[in-house]
Design a protein around this ligand. Structure first.
Ligand SMILES: C[S@@+](CC[C@H](N)C(=O)[O-])C[C@H]1O[C@@H](n2cnc3c(N)ncnc32)[C@H](O)[C@@H]1O
Length: 280
């Protein structure tokens, strides 16, 4: 049973890093005229009202996009990210937060395509409303990990697979890595971005070992934490594991993650990691 709803978390510190990395990859794909294909395995509801009951419950966005929204001087990658979020808001007030499929839609040109998957029956309805009619986008009310294998390699032969599960059950960690290995076998030069939470560090350690011992090449890890690891309940950090990242991404994050750790960290306890899990 799916119970996760991203509207409780939209725009939080984890979304900041995830969507900042996503935007950097999309901007890189846009540097060539050749078409690209994006596959979003776990798309969510599309956009989120930050004035709504769900977002207001814990106001997680206050310690994410909310903190960056009105700052004048930002590192380049953060500024690019905030500009995109501002494009979805009609006024200076932050009320709407776009999810990954809308951010991707923002970057699609006529020649590009997005396949977005969402399994939750309510979220897929919201997603349809948010995307509206767009012949460049195929929405799939189906299991994104199972369906993606059949879409690879994409016709355009360049692009991104974004894998952003909610990790509701422990076995999700294994399923995600097994799927990633299968995808890579079919489309080894594609870019893959896998989001992960840090809730219990031992699971992250296992995930990283599995990747290091695999046949994947050119794998980078970028992580942002707002509190030290703990055995208590709750997410303290999150990260993106990117296979075949754009060449500028690591350099940009070296200028960006220290800033985000300082700005979003709780009581000066923010931290970050940038690591090469597997070399090129
Ligand atoms: C973390 S949210 C996605 C957020 C979105 N990617 C974003 O960045 O805005 C994960 C979503 O995946 C959906 N989901 C869970 N398992 C799925 C599956 N096997 N296939 C497709 N969607 C799934 C959940 O209903 C939830 O809406």
């Amino acid at each position: 049973m799916l119970s996760y709803r991203h509207s409780f978390h939209a725009g939080n510190f984890a979304d900041v890093l995830k969507h900042l990395v996503l935007i950097n990859i999309l901007e890189h794909l846009n540097t060539k005229d050749k078409p690209f294909c994006c596959i979003d395995t776990h798309a969510g509801a599309g956009d989120y009202s930050l004035d709504g009951d769900y977002a207001q419950k814990n106001r997680e966005f206050d310690n994410g996009i909310g903190r960056l929204w009105s700052l004048d001087t930002l590192p380049e990658a953060v500024s690019d990210y905030v500009k995109v979020i501002k494009a979805f808001n009609q006024t200076d007030k932050l009320t709407i937060y776009p999810g990954s499929p809308l951010i991707i839609q923002h970057y699609l040109r006529q020649q590009d395509h997005l396949f977005a998957h969402e399994l939750h029956p309510t979220e897929i309805e919201f997603l349809q409303l948010a995307i509206k009619r767009d012949r460049r986008i195929t929405l799939q009310h189906t299991d994104g990990l199972k369906n993606t294998l059949g879409l690879l390699p994409p016709k355009a032969n360049r692009g991104l697979v974004l894998i952003d599960p909610s990790y509701e059950i422990k076995s999700d960690y294994d399923t995600v890595v097994e799927s990633l290995f299968k995808f890579y076998k079919r489309f080894a030069h594609g870019t893959y971005a896998l989001w992960y939470p840090v809730v219990d560090r031992t699971r992250n350690d296992q995930l990283e070992i599995a990747i290091k011992e695999s046949s994947l090449k050119n794998v980078q890890l970028y992580e942002l934490g707002i509190k030290p690891d703990t055995l208590e309940h709750g997410m303290t950090a999150s990260g993106m594991i990117v296979i075949n990242p754009p060449w500028k991404l690591t350099e940009q994050l070296r200028n960006t993650l220290p800033y985000l750790a300082d700005t979003l960290g709780t009581d000066g306890k923010g931290h970050y990691r940038i690591e090469t899990l597997v070399a090129e």
